[in-house]
Ligand binder design. Structure first.
Ligand code: 8YV
Length: 335
């Protein structure tokens, strides 16, 4: 029997490609060419599965053109590149990579918070530019981290990781807002109190965004929300571009309506809102929150595990639309 055929859409660890090759006939984009939608469809037409990285849109048009496709395995926890309803309707399973990146991403959220509050990159640019000629009492004086109020919008696994770091490591008061409230046990573990969205905006000294990107969360933070924040507050986005109105944020930072922002994700990335590049009080990183070698390898292996399990007739490990796997339509139900 011939092996199932899969496409790996971006360059990933060679050892994971080697592992996949033991199970599948693999076409891998190890030259890391950025394909257009049409080029992606052309390569995916004859494939049973795909390993994607979150930058390829899996939508109704692609699904209609790729009738053999049974699974798309994202090497990410966020899957806003999936049209889940269209995938479910087409009988295509989607999988993601939760858990393996939680602590690493929470570490980075905290790194960005601290860099922003303590003005790390702004002061480094000053030093590199040769402007540091003497000590001054208020030079790059920033905001306190320990003992301050940490606000978290979106209290999933990564949000909880950030809460624990703040509460247990830095003695912060932790408040959060989420679609659903945590259990009392989890709230106690995170030492976090549930508040309304308005209270969160008004009370946080440092507001970290860790919610998924959906039509409802588009521009969840715009000029009206920023206006409710303390002028001394910092805003950290490690969730997704589009949750923050970047143009409104750039203006607010320019006018010092909040003290600073730390951004790992951007609307329309890798393009960055030009205004953000002009303001000094923002720390900018290129979507690297999960980027440690160890974690990226775990993510790639979990994405491979999902493909191997499902295409070999077993339960997927981390499905996002498990009904597809339960109904197990396979190619028969789609033909
Ligand atoms: C990925 C991420 O590196 O997992 C996620 O949701 O945002 C990152 O870990 C990124 O999505 C790759 O496209």
């Amino acid at each position: 029997m011939s092996k199932p055929r899969i496409l790996v859409t971006r360059k990933i660890f060679p050892e994971v490609i080697a592992r996949l090759s033991q199970h599948f006939d693999v076409e891998a984009n190890q030259d890391d060419v950025l394909w257009s939608d049409a080029e992606l469809i052309e390569r995916l037409r004859d494939k049973d599965g795909a390993l994607t990285t979150g930058t390829q849109a899996i939508n109704a048009a692609l699904l209609a053109a790729c009738a053999k496709l049974r699974i798309v395995s994202n090497m990410t926890v966020g899957y806003n590149n999936f049209d889940v309803a269209a995938m479910t309707a087409a009988g295509v399973l989607g999988t993601n990579t939760p858990d393996v990146l939680t602590e690493t991403t929470a570490d980075f959220g905290f790194a960005l918070l601290m860099a922003t509050a303590r003005r790390v990159t702004e002061s480094e640019h000053y030093l590199r530019a040769g402007k540091w000629t003497r000590w001054s009492y208020d030079m790059f004086a920033g905001a306190e981290v320990h003992g301050s109020t940490l606000g978290i919008l979106g209290m999933g696994r990564i949000g909880q990781g950030i809460a624990k770091r703040g509460a247990h490591g830095f003695g912060m008061k932790v408040i959060y807002h989420n679609r659903s409230r945590l259990t009392p046990e989890l709230e106690a573990e995170c030492k976090a109190s549930y508040v309304s969205r308005d209270e969160l905006l008004a009370e946080a000294d440092h507001l970290v965004l860790v919610l998924p990107y959906t039509p409802e969360s588009h521009h969840a933070i715009g000029s009206a929300e920023i206006a409710r924040m303390k002028p001394t507050a910092t805003l950290i986005n490690i969730a997704r571009g589009g949750i923050v109105d970047d143009a409104a944020l750039a203006e607010a930072l320019m006018d010092r309506r909040i003290a600073g922002a730390g951004l790992d994700v951007f609307e329309g990335e890798p393009k960055v809102q030009p205004g953000l590049l002009q303001v000094p009080n923002v720390v900018l990183t290129p979507h690297i929150a999960s980027a440690t070698v160890k974690t990226r390898l775990k993510m790639a292996h979990l994405a491979a595990d999902n493909l191997i399990a499902y295409l070999e007739g077993r339960e997927p490990i981390t499905p996002v639309n498990p009904a597809v796997a339960r109904n197990d339509p396979g190619s028969a139900a789609r033909s």
